[in-house]
Design a binder for this molecule. Structure first.
Ligand code: HEM
Length: 446
């Protein structure tokens, strides 16, 4: 560990913008512009007093290494005062310490290895079915198409693949839930107020209650039938902590909401960005098609193993990280470069700063998948899935899904972008996505 709580050397904080509303709104509106501007003006790292609390932000590799290299016990989660009421106190996003470690240990296998690969056919079939339904339209909104695909995939992974009616109900409930996740709810507890059922908070709570009622019905069935199913919900119902205790119902709700929430919009937005980037670069599209056409079979595994497609996905996540900064709150002082930060202060590796560092990524604004074939990047230079002990638990699942869905669709269909002007990143909730629906025309490839 970097230092002990008894160590009383003087606290030294970096400079940064004053006020809290204005920087928070700037960060919500355009994180890259805001973060790059502050790094230029105040240096890296800098101190940001967000509505949720003070945060020291950095895009420097050495400092990100320091942050991710610490013993996890020095951290708790940031902004629990806003996230707990939204998702519940049992969400992995808010747990820390032993409970977080236990929960991750229990759940990691659900999103990795053979269990993850078992979803390969579901991912591919879902992409093919959803695309076929959209093909009738003259113009297809790629964001919506990809959202439908990734939402259905995560729902089938969580609740099992065979119950069509249940999948449809979960699908509608989740769409409503996501549409009501107003970004401000995540940035300030003060936005959690009621107003005759019409405030953003009221609307979120209503959608969440409806979802939890639906969860209840399924959990009741699964708890009688758990051993027969190997979907994620059945595993959660059957799971036991090291002391033999099962998860409480409230905690199961919280994890289901977390997986639904964290597990589909992120993947969908990344896939929509990939569609846009690839079709703005004919050379990249041609190289990708050649590689996909060389795939001897169209098995999910084959798409997941194609190197150029992988590089396209990696570059998409570099240029457009869906989460622009990740946060942890200190429980003890931390020495960060020349500064010494107190307990209660948060630290934030800023993915978007690291990903646009021209010393690591020459011509950082250029979409250039080849860079991922030419060299590898350290986890402190490239971190679309965050890092350290909180690195996204669904990273392997999402990468596998993106390769299968994009590989299948790019091989089978020809897309044409409708908009001449590229979309720009725009905040959704905590995530950043394209400012448009990425409208495309599509037809079957000859
Ligand atoms: C392209 C898709 C995705 C992106 C870009 C993404 C990104 C992230 C990031 C940046 C974090 C924060 C990591 C940190 O604090 O260091 C995170 C955490 C998390 N993600 Fe993802 N994610 C994606 C897909 C998924 C999927 C498919 C799932 C579930 C199946 C998922 C579940 C989670 C969970 C539960 C956490 C919290 C982990 C913890 O705090 O221990 N994510 N994700």
């Amino acid at each position: 560990m970097n230092q002990s709580p008894q160590d009383s050397s003087a606290i030294r904080l970096p400079p940064g913008p004053s006020g809290s509303w204005r920087p928070t709104l700037a960060l919500i509106r355009n994180p890259r512009l805001a973060l790059e501007g502050w790094a230029r003006q105040y240096g890296d790292p800098f101190l940001l007093t967000a509505l949720n609390g003070p945060v020291v932000v950095t895009g420097r590799e050495d400092l990100i290494r320091t942050i991710h290299g610490q013993d996890p016990s020095i951290y708790e989660t940031f902004a629990t005062q806003t996230t707990v009421p939204i998702l519940g106190s049992g969400s992995m996003l808010v747990l820390f310490g032993d409970r977080h470690r236990r929960e991750r240990r229990m759940m990691t296998p659900m999103f990795h290895g053979d269990r993850m690969k078992a979803y390969g056919h579901v991912m591919q079939q879902t992409a093919v079915n959803r695309m076929a339904a959209y093909l009738k339209a003259d113009v297809i909104p790629a964001v919506e198409l990809m959202t439908d695909i990734s939402l259905e995939v995560i729902i089938r992974a969580i609740f099992g693949g065979n119950d069509e009616q249940l999948a449809a109900e979960m699908f509608d409930g989740s769409k409503r839930l996501v549409s009501r996740a107003n970004p401000l709810l995540f940035f300030s507890r003060r936005t959690h107020f009621s107003c005759l059922g019409f405030s953003p908070w009221d609307r979120w709570l209503k959608a969440k209650q409806d979802m939890c009622r639906l969860f209840d019905r399924v959990i009741d069935e699964r708890q009688q039938d758990a051993p027969a199913n190997d979907d994620i919900l059945s595993m959660l119902c059957a799971a036991r902590y090291e002391d033999g205790e099962p998860m409480s119902r409230e905690d199961i709700y919280a994890e289901l909401l977390t997986f639904l929430f964290a597990g589909h919009e992120t993947t969908a937005l990344s896939m929509a960005w990939a569609v846009d980037h690839v079709h703005r670069n004919p050379q990249i599209l041609n190289r990708l098609r050649e590689e996909l056409d060389d795939c001897a079979d169209d098995a999910p595994e084959s798409f997941a193993a194609t190197p150029y497609l992988k590089a396209v996905i990696q570059e998409t996540l570099r240029v457009n990280p869906i989460v622009t900064e990740t946060l942890r709150k200190l429980r003890v002082p931390l020495e960060l470069g020349e500064y010494r930060l107190p307990p209660g202060m948060a630290v934030a590796p800023a993915t978007v700063l690291a990903h646009y560092n021209p010393e690591v990524y020459p011509e950082p604004n250029k979409f250039n998948p080849e860079r991922f074939l030419e060299r590898s990047f350290s986890p402190f230079e490239y971190m679309p899935f965050g890092g350290g002990h909180r690195r996204c638990i669904g990273a392997a699942f999402a990468s596998y899904e993106m390769a299968i869905v994009l590989g299948t669709l790019f091989k089978k269909y020809e897309f044409e972008l409708v908009d001449q002007t590229p979309p720009v990143p725009k905040r959704r909730s905590v995530t950043m996505g394209p400012s448009t629906q990425v409208p495309v025309r599509a037809r079957i490839r000859r």
